[in-house]
Write a protein that binds this ligand. Structure first.
Ligand code: UD1
Length: 427
């Protein structure tokens, strides 16, 4: 296992190319299950989770070929082909490692008439149920059974039928499963209170490229006219708004200036507004977004909520940044109940943070001090890297596999803008 060693204090200046979005990739990959033709995905990030999803699909009988030079800035190109499926089971070992495996459920039951997926169980950032995914499939006629830690969905004899899905809570994953399944169901499906995250619009656009008919893309009401079959497509994954936001925080916390090359400002409105409110200069240009921090950071009040509001996936990174702001910031996490695991670790670096229920009060301090730290989820790990970039002395971030799930070539991108960062083996 690897660790990351950071000697903090350098002002970061330069360009960071933004990779393809992890969360878009993880919902575009299962689209391959919806057709017997080839689906080519471009700009896929080189991440452990993308590899893991590829292996899950291979286990179901999907062939995958990868091209694209290692080290290139343009991501990977993967062609997936599910000519005939070998299995409709997503096993425990896969789902345990990667919760997004649940996204094979909708496509499998739509294409093959049945799917069996291990129940994801608990998760480091809270108890994340899948009831909404199952209710959506039931609305399309699927029957749901549970046995031995697995959930089995079975379509009626003639396949899934269009229906009305009203989500009581906004769920990204459940909206994705519903959208993929409805694209191959008979007749019209209406999804109300759909998640509006940009990754869902990316999924919808890919499905349209595969022959699906979807109205209301980017809104909370999606109307899908199901098709008897979908065809192959060639689709480019959107830029990662959370990766871009994380590097924006790296510029802010080091008083630096970073161009986020390829970042899409429209996907990042709440993140950019937060940065501006914190006193950071944000300029949109033809190639992306320039983030420049001069003068002290200001405290903020931020609450996470579904898109277009401030994303939960940026809460930990903003918290790291705000540990050095002037005044007291108030962060409220409304999406996941246990997403403050980075707080004690930031505390060990000298941050002053108090958590009460879903709210964290962050009182800005004069400086952070390097320490050995570790986190139990991806974005929490990034918050420790950010703190390390600004801290005095050496910070060692353990359990780097979390970062490898979501940040492509992290050390390389940060070194290129002047960070003193390296990866070493734990041994
Ligand atoms: C996705 C993202 C994750 C992000 C999250 C919220 C991927 C691979 N992951 O996760 O990075 O943090 O959206 O933006 O895209 N819920 C239920 N029942 C369900 C499903 C969800 O109660 O069946 C609840 C969850 O516990 C949570 C809320 O709904 O409180 C939102 O979760 P959801 O949007 O589904 O998150 P994911 O799709 O798992």
């Amino acid at each position: 296992m690897d660790k990351i060693i950071i000697r903090g204090g350098n002002r970061l200046v330069g360009r960071v190319p933004i990779s393809g979005a992890k969360n878009a990739a993880l919902t575009l990959l299962p689209c391959a299950l919806l057709t017997d033709e080839a689906l080519t995905l471009r700009n896929l990030p080189r991440l452990a989770d993308v590899d893991g999803f590829g292996h899950l699909l291979n286990g179901l009988g999907v062939s995958t070929t990868v091209e694209g030079a290692r080290g290139s800035d343009f991501g990977r190109v993967m062609t997936l082909r599910a000519e005939r499926l070998a299995s409709t089971v997503a096993p425990y070992d896969m789902v345990r490692k990667m919760r997004a495996s649940i996204l094979v459920l909708g496509p499998l039951v739509a294409r093959e008439g049945q799917a069996t997926v291990s129940l994801p169980g608990g998760c480091a950032i809270g108890n994340r149920p899948i009831d909404l995914h199952l209710k959506a499939l039931e609305a399309l006629g699927a029957e749901i059974e549970f046995a031995a830690g697995y959930v089995k969905a079975t379509a009626p004899a003639g396949g899934l039928v269009g229906g009305r899905i009203v989500f009581p809570v906004v769920s990204v994953g459940a909206t994705e499963n519903a959208l993929m399944a409805a694209s191959l169901a008979k007749g019209e499906t209406v999804i109300d209170n759909a998640a509006r995250e940009p990754e869902i619009a990316d999924l919808a656009r890919c499905l349209v490229a595969m022959g699906a008919e979807i109205d209301g893309i980017g809104t909370e009401r999606l109307v899908i006219q199901g098709k008897p079959r979908l065809h192959g497509a060639d689709y480019q994954v959107m830029a990662d708004r959370i990766e871009a936001g994380s590097y924006a925080c790296a510029a802010a916390i080091t008083g630096g200036e970073i161009d986020l090359i390829g970042a899409r400002p429209d996907d990042m409105t709440a993140i950019l507004a937060g940065l501006r409110d914190a006193g950071v200069t944000v300029d949109v240009h033809d190639h992306g977004i320039r983030i420049a921090a001069e003068g002290p950071l200001q405290a903020l009040t931020v609450s996470t909520a579904p898109f277009p509001a401030f994303p939960t996936d940026m809460q930990a990174q903003f918290m790291a940044m705000l540990t050095l702001a002037q005044g007291a910031s108030v962060l409220t996490e409304t999406i996941f109940e246990n997403r403050y695991m980075h707080v004690p670790e930031l505390g060990r670096m000298g941050a002053d943070i108090q958590v009460r229920g879903r709210t964290a009060v962050v009182r800005g301090v004069d400086g952070l001090i390097g320490a050995e730290v570790m986190a139990t989820d991806l974005r929490a790990s990034m918050s420790l890297v950010l703190a390390g970039l600004a801290a005095k002395g050496e910070t060692v971030v353990h359990r780097v596999y979390h970062l490898d799930r979501g940040y492509e070539r992290l050390e390389e991108k940060l070194s290129a803008v002047g960070a003193d960062i390296e990866r070493a083996s734990e041994g």
